[in-house]
Design a protein around this ligand. Sequence first.
Ligand code: TRP
Ligand code: SF4
Length: 325
Amino acid sequence: MVKRVVSGMRPTGSLHLGHYFGVIKNWLELQKTDDCFFFVADWHALSTKYEDKLNLNKLSIDLVKTWIACGIEPEKSTIFIQSDIKEHSELYLILNMITPVSWLERNPSYKDLMEQPEFKDKNMAGFLTYPVLQTADIIMYDAEIVPIGEDQKPHIELAREIVRRFHHLFETDILKEPQSLLTEISKLSGLDGRKMSKSYNNSIYLDDDTETIWQKIRSAKTDTNRIKKTDKGDPEVCSVWEYQKIFSDEETQNDIYSQCKAGSIGCMQCKKICSQNIDKFISPIREKKNSLTDEYILEVLEKSKQKASKIAKEKMEKINKLIKG
Ligand code: TRP
Ligand code: SF4
């Protein structure tokens, strides 16, 4: 049975390895077998930093380029921009009418951000109702599966609750309750050992060049008890090892593990190998991305917009009939 898959990303700048292993990898797997809709959540991007000039169009095109460079195929998957399908805003409005504020206030990612003193967009209505727009994105296309990063899990839970409430209030069952799908290494650590995140400045980006990757790995945190090459090390406390486990082949991994423990490999040598293997992974993505033109991306978007728009129009017709009689 082919399943409907829907997922989105905000256009906030370059994607890093954490995005790749947290979300894109899932997308690539699903694309092989299922009916996937991947979209740029440009309206969601407005919930923060809306007062800066965001260049949303440019960022959106760049994001789609990165997806295609990673292997998302426009012939297989439907790739579109959220704000191109105005029905998302209509459904968002309707869902806002039936969603209790208390549900939104207890959302963990909302609470987390509210506690950060430097986060200044927290008083905006759109920030509180962010997951309602996300719910609209998902149920518009009857998504069964929503591949996401761990942090988005509560939003999918909320979407399910909103669907149930809608069904109850309007005595219907026309919507689908979505399910979230997480990847295994969705918490790829950053260069400092914390979660890889743009805001921590600890990320390796999918468009970093060879030299940048090396400079980043060179200064990455290792086993801090190791000072000389002959000091016995512990890979388990080293962030470089996290990457070796993903990017190096098994033989290299085994060699490094035992040599680190025995104090017979220097961290610089280990890092050289690591950075070369990361570059081997990133360079085809980087090159493919550079070869894609804006015109090509706009063409792709125009085609899939028509497909998404048709589904969204039909869905809204049904919903409006139900509500207005
Ligand atoms: N909130 C998601 C994020 O920040 C992006 C998003 C918007 C999304 N709408 C969605 C993800 C629908 C999955 C499904 O990553
Ligand atoms: Fe980390 Fe490699 Fe150094 Fe061991 S040798 S501490 S795995 S960088």
